[in-house]
Design a protein around this ligand. Structure first.
Ligand code: SAM
Length: 264
């Protein structure tokens, strides 16, 4: 398998450090009765140690050149199920076995598609117990950022609305072949069974959050023009003169619910 030509378009930076691999698996803490899904197995750096620890491991890989070697190596393993497919359009809920309610998702993700992939996975959040991903460190910082911090934005709000987000640990470029140009980090996302704050209309929530952050330097008053006026923003206990980066998830939910109730 070592002759594989790494493909940039598929974000192929393969883990090469057994200590880091072990650390990731330890944080995932797979159990023998569990059903995991791995996105982007590559040359099986994570696949191999996970396979022996779980009941079932579904693997989603897009690169045709990796399918043969993966099949040859693991086809006999009773837990191994390979899907030659695009993770961006994959139907994750379809992997649930009868009587199963949730799967766990893991992966050292291709960084060039990480945001759309995370948003796609959120659509199946009810069927996912938790997710452990290697991502560009800057993206993990954005996902886990607190309101008011430099990296807090739409990605933070959308993920924190649905999931508990945890920055686990950093991984330097030297732990990959070839080394990526950026630092990496592992994040844990745990979808809420019961969300702490609930928007009455999810689509309105998505649209309002996008709109509030549409022009980074503008205040809420300006970005939400035509959506909510100053009186309505103030009635939510929010100063219309501040920027979206200062609002908590609860603030966004309150603004959305007012918008939904009064938009007619
Ligand atoms: N898990 C391996 C490791 O840690 O060494 C490989 C990780 S590499 C960063 C990303 C993997 O995702 C590659 O195997 C790549 O071919 C695969 N990949 C890229 N885009 C994909 C997509 N849209 N759907 C499924 N797999 C994809």
């Amino acid at each position: 398998m070592s002759k594989h030509q790494h493909k940039k378009e598929f974000g192929q930076n393969f883990l090469n450090n057994p200590r880091i691999i072990q650390q990731i698996v330890a944080h995932i803490a797979p159990k023998p009765d569990q059903h995991l899904v791995e996105i982007g197995p590559g040359e099986a750096a994570l696949t191999a140690p996970l396979l022996d620890k779980v009941r079932k491991l579904d693997i989603i890989e897009i690169d045709n050149d990796l399918i043969g070697p993966l099949t040859k190596r693991f086809a006999q393993h009773p837990a191994f199920f390979l899907h030659h497919a695009d993770a961006l359009s994959f139907n994750y809920a379809s992997l649930l076995d009868p009587n199963e309610t949730q799967i766990r998702v893991v992966g050292n993700l291709p960084y060039n598609i990480s945001s759309p992939l995370l948003f796609h996975l959120l659509d199946s959040a009810a069927q996912i117990q938790d997710m452990h991903f290697m991502l560009q460190k800057e993206v993990v910082e954005r996902i886990t950022a607190a309101p008011g911090s430099k990296t807090y934005g739409r990605l933070s709000v959308m993920l924190q609305y649905s999931c508990l987000t945890e920055f686990l640990f950093e991984v330097g470029p030297e732990n990959f072949t070839p080394p990526p140009k950026v630092d990496s980090a592992i994040v844990r996302l745990t979808p809420y069974k019961t969300r702490p704050f609930v928007a009455n209309n999810e689509k309105d929530f998505q649209d309002l959050v996008r709109q509030a952050f549409s022009q980074k330097r503008k205040t809420l008053r300006n970005n939400l023009k035509g959506w909510l006026d100053e009186t309505q923003i103030t009635a939510c206990g929010i100063d219309p003169g501040i920027r979206a980066e200062r609002l908590t998830v609860e603030d966004f939910v309150n603004l959305t619910n007012r918008y939904t109730a009064e938009k007619l």
